[in-house]
Design a protein around this ligand. Structure first.
Ligand code: MOS
Length: 749
């Protein structure tokens, strides 16, 4: 049996995807389906003075028009990250107050989608408005609530560390609003049959969605099923319970027929999560040899007027480099938007742009090679928590990527490298992502025909998770990957965590692994009692499962499949549950109640992080100031790599998104009207093929027995972290100009 873990297995559902055969939330067509459409507020702050639905109701095809007065009642969901990035605490269409532009004020249902859109245009709403503000005011920030020793920490003596330094960097870096533009539109199809509810929605967490929906509509969880078999781009945007989903479920109950809403591109900017803007104040001080003597990081992130969204960036930056004197603060500042949420590496993208730019500035002041500065400050233990890293291969990543990139060809002085009319610059930065593992369960069945079925409520958000879960089972059971069928994305399956925080492979994958071991034990218990096989009469405790082979004492062994065939049933099933030994009971309870409970990144005994290093070549045109990134090399160490092909794609995708963060992505703000401005994919820029040159991805071998039985750290978000800093540092090298506000455009250089 060829090894299936750590090889490049092509995802088996790919042909079905490219031929349009796979079905997404908006592809399910219950009989008698109606179509929903949102009417949203054009004002940012004020009151809904009146709303007239008569004209809309008279439109042919329109079935119902709901307002705050008529929408069927339900409780504001209190489930996953309620009052925060998952589920807003301020719920639209519950009153007349307007708190953000794009807030839903009416919901039109029609028997066809075009009529629903026409009806929405005919709803006449009047507003009384006051002045709103969409950009945060960092001068009115406050310390993020929560455990004080998390959000404000002080170690050592910052002032003394700065006084003792040979060089100090003290700068503020800013990052803009960014919005999700996934290929799959946000959509929900809701179907009530009496008190039995089926919801198709693109979800990163069908179990938490089910819990939240059931509670809001006062149903038992057994009365609700949530299906999300495929997700076309999640990245945090489909993690919670958004108003568009809940309003669709309520409307479907009201009209007594299934209803589907596909959210328009424009509305996607205000009814779902986004990356809040941020300001990052960094102070770094170092001795002549580069050793850090002080590190301060004060992050201020935007949040809504009604929720405290804390994506704790300072918790990550303070884990990076050895330093005796540290102060970090996690702050928030409010403005008039819907509640921000998760977006790929929800704080690390911003905070490592800042930290890794500052490290480059420090290296420049010390006239030190930027890679050497990282090496001097590399550490085996977490500088604040004072526990060892379970594994840390940061410098191995730097060495590998520096070599393939050709870093040694760099001449240190800015503007010293040119090619015709182009200034050429090289820059580098650290990537990291915290490793967290959630409790998870899986059911495995194996048949004498040499096939198996794996079931769990995890999700394939486009990453290849179906194939990866199949690979784990195939390897443990000794079957070809093709012989393993994987079923996911359905809320009645065994619990798996939210597909967020890069936890799926590590957590759900470990549950599949445990279920396979349980299954083997089951088969062993049966087969040792039978006559005439190699394991007859052997003590079951002495038999080990090694990749499809049952190995007993004294060289007695047989394949798992042969053992299964020998049993009277000829098939077997087992449930497996996985929880990290250092997972707290509280976290376990949280997950099983529909929340997000994890072990890590810092446990009682270890700090768990994945690392990487990225090297970028930038070209800046002497006359047009056009900025190009012809080459990017990244090396990453994230424990066991399960599938070298899908992992490569994830890391490459992250790096490309990182280039987008550096050069393209930016939700502009219309200050006069306090609204987001470029709310569509024509004007919201993302990198296209012509923007991306060579992307080189290396995966560094790393073994970590602490993180989980598979040794997996997770790679979904690692690739985007640090990229923007590497671009900024390369621009400085090319031009001598230090850019500290994302994104960088021609006018900045
Ligand atoms: Mo991710 S931003 O944790 O879905």
């Amino acid at each position: 049996m060829a090894e299936t873990i750590n090889t490049a297995v092509t995802r088996y559902e790919a042909p079905r995807k490219v031929s349009g055969e796979t079905r997404y939330a908006a592809d399910f067509m219950p009989a008698g389906l109606f179509f929903g459409e949102l009417v949203v507020s054009p004002i940012t702050r004020g009151q809904l003075a009146s709303i007239d639905t008569r004209e809309a109701l008279a439109e042919p095809g329109v079935i119902a028009v709901y307002t705050h007065e008529t929408i069927p009642k339900y409780e504001t969901p209190k489930g996953f990250y309620a009052g925060g990035p998952g589920t807003s605490s301020f719920w639209p269409m519950t009153g007349t107050e307007i708190k953000y532009a794009g807030q839903p004020v009416a919901y039109v249902v029609a028997d066809n989608a075009a009529a629903a859109r026409r009806g929405a245009k005919l709803v006449k709403a009047r507003y009384s408005k006051s002045v709103g503000r969409i950009e945060m005011d960092p001068s009115r920030s406050f310390v993020a609530p929560g455990k004080k020793d998390d959000n404000v920490i002080t170690k050592g003596d910052l002032k003394a560390g700065i006084a003792a330094a040979a060089a100090v960097v003290d700068e503020t870096y800013t990052t803009p609003f960014q919005h999700h533009n996934p290929m799959e539109m946000f959509a929900t199809t809701a179907h009530w049959r009496g008190e039995q509810l089926t919801v198709w929605m693109p979800s990163q967490s069908v179990r938490t969605a089910r819990a939240g929906i059931a509670a809001a509509f006062n149903l038992a969880e057994t009365q609700v099923e949530v299906l999300s078999p495929f997700v076309g781009g999640a990245f945090g945007s489909k993690a919670g319970l958004p108003p568009y989903a809940m309003l669709t479920i309520a409307a479907a109950r009201g009209v007594g027929a299934p209803v589907r809403l596909m959210v328009s591109r424009e509305h996607m900017y205000t009814v779902a999560s986004f990356r809040p803007e941020s300001s990052q104040k960094i102070r770094l001080a170092a001795a002549r040899d580069g050793r850090l003597t002080a590190f301060e990081h004060i992050e201020t992130a935007q949040t809504s007027q009604f929720d405290d969204v804390i994506n704790p960036g300072t918790h990550m930056t303070r884990a990076m480099y050895a330093c005796p004197n540290i102060h970090t603060e996690q702050r928030l500042a409010r403005s008039d938007t819907n509640t921000p949420g998760f977006m790929r590496a929800p704080n690390e993208m911003q905070t490592f742009f800042a930290l890794e730019s500052a490290m480059d500035e420090l290296a420049f002041k010390l006239t030190m090679d930027p890679v050497e500065l990282r090496r001097v400050n590399d550490t085996r233990s977490h500088p604040v928590a004072d526990v060892p890293f379970s594994s840390r291969s940061l410098m191995a990543c730097y060495d590998a990527a520096a070599k393939s990139f050709g870093w040694s060809r760099r001449s240190a002085a800015p503007k010293s490298m040119t090619d015709g009319d182009w200034f050429v610059g090289y820059g580098c930065a650290t990537s990291t992502y915290p490793t967290a593992v959630a409790p998870s369960a899986a059911r495995v069945r194996m048949y004498g025909a040499g096939t198996a079925v794996v079931e769990l409520a995890a999700h394939d958000v486009g990453t290849g998770a179906y194939t990866i879960m199949g690979q784990i089972a195939a390897q443990r059971l000794g079957l070809p990957v093709k012989a393993v069928e994987v079923s996911m994305g359905h809320s009645s399956l065994p619990i798996a965590p939210i597909s967020g925080g890069s936890v799926t492979s590590a957590s759900a994958g470990s549950a599949v692994h445990v279920a396979c071991l349980k299954l083997a034990e089951e088969i062993v218990r049966s087969v040792v009692k039978l006559k005439d096989n190699p394991l007859s009469g052997v003590d079951p405790a002495q038999v080990k499962l090694m990749d499809g082979a049952l190995q007993g004492p004294a060289g007695k062994s047989m394949s798992l499949l042969d053992a299964l065939k020998a049993t009277p049933r000829g098939e077997a099933a087992a449930d497996g549950e996985y929880a990290h030994p250092e997972l707290t009971e509280q976290a376990l309870r949280t997950t099983y109640k529909g929340g997000y409970g994890v072990a890590g990144p810092v446990t009682k005994t270890h700090a768990m992080f994945a690392f990487g290093a990225q090297f970028v070549e930038v070209r800046v045109h002497r006359w047009t100031h056009e900025i190009r990134v012809p080459r990017i090399h990244g090396a990453f160490a994230a424990g066991t790599i399960l599938n070298r092909k899908t992992a490569h794609s994830q890391l490459m995708g992250g790096m490309i998104w990182g280039i987008g963060s550096a050069l393209h992505e930016h939700t502009l703000v219309d200050r006069a009207r306090a609204r987001f401005l470029n709310t569509d994919i024509a004007e919201y820029l993302v990198p296209v093929n012509a923007d991306i040159g060579e992307v080189n991805v290396q995966m560094i071998d790393e073994r970590d027995d602490f993180v989980n039985p598979l040794g997996v750290k997770g790679i979904g978000e690692l690739g985007i972290v640090g990229t923007a800093a590497a671009v900024a540092n390369a621009i400085h090298h090319a031009t001598g100009k230090r850019l500290r506000a994302l994104p960088f455009t021609m006018k900045d250089v």
